[in-house]
Design a protein around this ligand. Structure first.
Ligand code: C2E
Ligand code: CA
Ligand code: CA
Length: 717
């Protein structure tokens, strides 16, 4: 068809053509969309969208208007109600001599081009553009597909389950393959059985999950962790994050969620939890768990006084010796065996705990009375009677046990758990002080005693701090001297230095009452060194002031704790140098147990002392091991017979024989034998008859301070 010149000249058509061009120009110019309005097959105008909206809203029959929206230079969307087929469109074009009119589907794809065939050539170029656009659109579609594929592959490679449910009928909308790994079941099973995910919830967690799921409709999001049952019977932990997706009017559209397998994390948490409440070595409950259970027991007994409980505190006797001599690995194995035996003694509901080191604690719940607790204790002591075999070695173990009954009157608040533990500890110490393998039930008087002890310890620290700060004048300590006499010449040979403590409020405190505390707390080292220094200074002073005096020696007591303290020899050297004293003026008194504790170290130390001519006295002989082999193999120069033997002299034949044997032993080994605690002239003569060299005791003189001792020396010159 050739363009009809007549029509061409039709002013309406001219105007329509112009309008199209105008529209395109306007659109290009303004970079905006334009609308061609056609009414009853007549182009009524070209409008901007805004103007057009105004136009149609002002008209009641606006839906009859067929519009072509100029989207860009080539695309004109037709929103046609009354012009539904291409024929009428052709009429429009013919009538108005429009060059072309593209038809675009609602989703934006080019559907066709309405045109007059004669104009085809003119628009060939444009057509090509449409094809390009189509290609572009198709490429976009492909890109979209690629993205979709990529998304699918990501979803299927995830370890976490991604899912989507219809919120009304719970049909699955989406589920990725990870579900097979997490639930151990095929995707198909979940699709076939929409209730399967519910069925596999651990029975104990079902109610909780159901509640959370229901709450989703009000909270829109729920995070929950729960257990599921796997087909093989195993249990897995999962974490589920669910979101309710709604439209603008809050109508639920989907439930989307992610499910993560957290079994491993839970196992780690569980292990950490276990570790936090159990002892790594013995696997028994640890302090934390014990304290927790004790608090519960206190609460229960507070509520019902009939709920009586008891706490046993158990400390192995001489464990340190085993540990030090046979090594820590051995010690650890022994502790494990002891723990196993203790566990066998426990009743259902009891808690056996390792308190630390060689200390154990047992909480006995629901006991009738103290006898029940004592029965458990004797069971424990009986099981420990059989030697424990570690590395083919038989070890005999005993334990000192303190018992506290959880009296609801005394321990009536969970915070009293510390009192409870303290009292059990006090009772245990009391048992230990009696002998090995004993038990003791706590009584409030013990607490008073322990308090007194603690007070004494504090006072001791304070008093030692004073001497350490070298404020000698304020010192509460002083050194007394007790002379030692030769039984043959009746002459004074030397003195034993004995510490005295003048407490500002309590008066004189006997060394018997504070030396043990000083040893336990390690304070003894400072104390012994102070005495050593003072005694050496005093002796050197007497040597200077009383030059006519025969050479005298001073004996200083050394506690076992001190004996092995590093730096002892250096300290000795310094004091001797400072006081200008010869090594042979000094004697150190130690007990047998000190040597036996660590024979190798003792041998080295004793050699070092011998190099310095410092003599070593074996104190309190006869009360300890009295082992001949030690006496023989170590270089002791003096043997001090304990005063308990001297006291018995002349009472029974047998006692005299013991003293005789000890003296003879000393003589054979070439030692100087000193009798302690000589109180009567009869004892003096008897000892002389037995050829004992020296004597010390009230018969000769009580210990006295340095001034009194100076007078005493002057008198005895
Ligand atoms: P010890 O080493 O056996 O000291 C002798 C104790 O017997 C002294 O008691 C002394 O006063 C007492 N005594 C002396 N003659 C007689 C007597 O005829 N009859 C009686 N019944 N007792 C007599 P003291 O001074 O009370 O010391 C007690 C213990 O305290 C000492 O026993 C010693 O083991 C320890 N000790 C004293 N001073 C020190 C010290 O500076 N360091 C250390 N580590 N321990 C010390
Ligand atoms: Ca002594
Ligand atoms: Ca002694």
């Amino acid at each position: 068809m050739t363009p009809d010149k007549a029509i061409d000249k039709n002013p309406a058509i001219v105007s329509a053509q112009a309008s199209i061009k105008e529209a395109i120009a306007l659109m290009q110019d303004k970079q905006t969309s334009c609308v061609l309005a056609i009414e009853e097959e007549k182009l009524i105008g070209i409008f901007t969208l805004q103007d057009f909206l105004q136009l149609i809203t002002s008209r009641q029959d606006w839906e009859k208007i067929a519009i072509a929206q100029v989207i860009n230079r080539n695309l004109i969307t037709l929103c046609i109600d009354n012009v539904t087929n291409s024929l009428s469109l052709l009429q429009v074009l013919q009538q108005y001599r429009l060059d072309y009119l593209p038809i675009v589907t609602q989703d934006g794809r080019l559907f066709g081009l309405v045109t007059l065939s004669t104009l085809l050539e003119n628009i060939a170029q444009e057509l090509q553009t449409y094809q390009e656009i189509e290609i572009e659109l198709r490429t976009n579609e492909q890109a979209l597909q690629i993205n979709q594929d990529r998304l699918d592959s990501i979803l299927s490679s995830l370890d976490d389950v991604v899912w989507s449910l219809d919120p009304h009928n719970f049909q699955l909308l989406f589920l990725n393959t990870a579900v097979e790994k997490v639930y151990g079941r095929k995707i198909a099973e979940f699709i076939e059985n929409i209730d399967l995910w519910r069925k596999v919830i651990h029975p104990e967690d079902k109610e909780r999950v159901e509640e959370a799921f229901n709450a989703l409709y009000s909270t829109l999001r729920q995070d929950i962790e729960y257990r599921i049952l796997l087909p093989n019977g195993d249990i897995s932990w999962i974490s589920v994050r669910a979101r309710l997706i709604t439209d603008a009017s809050s109508t639920p559209l989907r439930i989307d969620g992610i499910t993560i397998d957290i079994t491993e994390r839970k196992q780690i948490q569980e292990r950490l939890r276990y570790d936090a409440f159990h002892d790594g070595l013995t696997k028994l409950a640890n302090r934390n768990l014990l304290i927790d259970r004790l608090k519960q027991a206190i609460r229960r007994s507070h509520r019902h006084e009939t709920n009586l409980f008891a706490l046993l505190f158990l400390d192995l006797d001489r464990f340190k010796v085993i540990n030090d001599s046979l090594g820590h690995v051995f010690g650890d194995r022994l502790l494990v065996s002891v723990a196993q035996r203790l566990e066998k003694c426990q009743r259902i509901g009891d808690t056996v705990a390792r308190w630390g080191g060689d200390e154990f604690a047992i909480l006995l719940e629901d006991i009738a009375d103290t006898n029940d607790a004592i029965a458990v204790v004797s069971r424990i002591q009986t099981t420990l009677e059989t030697p424990i075999i570690v590395d083919d070695r038989e070890i005999f173990v005993t334990a000192s046990i303190g018992i506290v009954i959880g009296d609801a009157q005394i321990y009536n608040h969970p915070e009293h758990v510390t009192d409870l533990l303290r009292d059990a500890d006090i009772a245990m110490y009391r048992a230990k002080s009696r002998a090995q393998g004993q038990c003791e039930v706590f009584e409030p008087s013990m607490h008073a005693y322990a308090l007194k002890r603690l007070q004494l310890e504090n006072d001791l620290r304070r008093a030692i701090a004073l001497i350490a700060s070298s404020e000698e004048k304020k010192s509460e300590f002083s050194v007394f001297y007790q002379p030692i006499f030769s039984l043959t010449t009746q002459q004074i040979e030397g003195f034993e230095a004995l510490i005295r403590w003048q407490h500002p409020e309590k008066g004189t405190i006997s060394p018997i009452d504070f030396i043990a505390i000083a040893e336990e707390t390690g304070l003894i080292v400072q104390l012994d060194r102070w005495v050593l220094k003072m005694a050496c200074h005093q002796l050197s002073l007497w040597q200077k002031e009383l030059p006519h005096l025969a050479p005298l020696t001073v004996s200083v007591n050394l506690s076992g704790k001190h004996f092995y303290q590093s730096g002892l020899v250096e300290f000795l050297d310094r004091v001797l140098k400072e006081t200008n004293l010869d090594g042979n003026s000094l004697k150190l008194e130690i007990t047998e147990s000190v040597v036996i504790e660590n024979t190798e170290a003792a041998a080295i130390l004793l050699d070092l002392l011998r190099e310095r001519n410092v003599q070593v006295c074996l104190d309190d002989f006869g009360t300890g091991y009295s082992s001949l082999s030690y006496l023989h193999s170590f270089p002791f120069q003096v043997l001090k017979i304990d005063r308990s033997f001297i006291k018995q002299l002349g009472t029974e034949e047998e006692n005299d024989e013991i003293v005789r044997a000890i003296v003879n032993l000393g003589l054979i080994l070439g030692m100087n034998v000193v009798a302690e605690g000589v109180e009567t002239p009869e004892q003096v003569s008897q000892l002389k008859d037995l050829s004992c060299h020296s004597g010390q005791g009230y018969w000769f003189s009580k210990p006295m301070n340095s001034d009194a001792m100076t007078d005493f020396l002057l008198k005895n010159l």
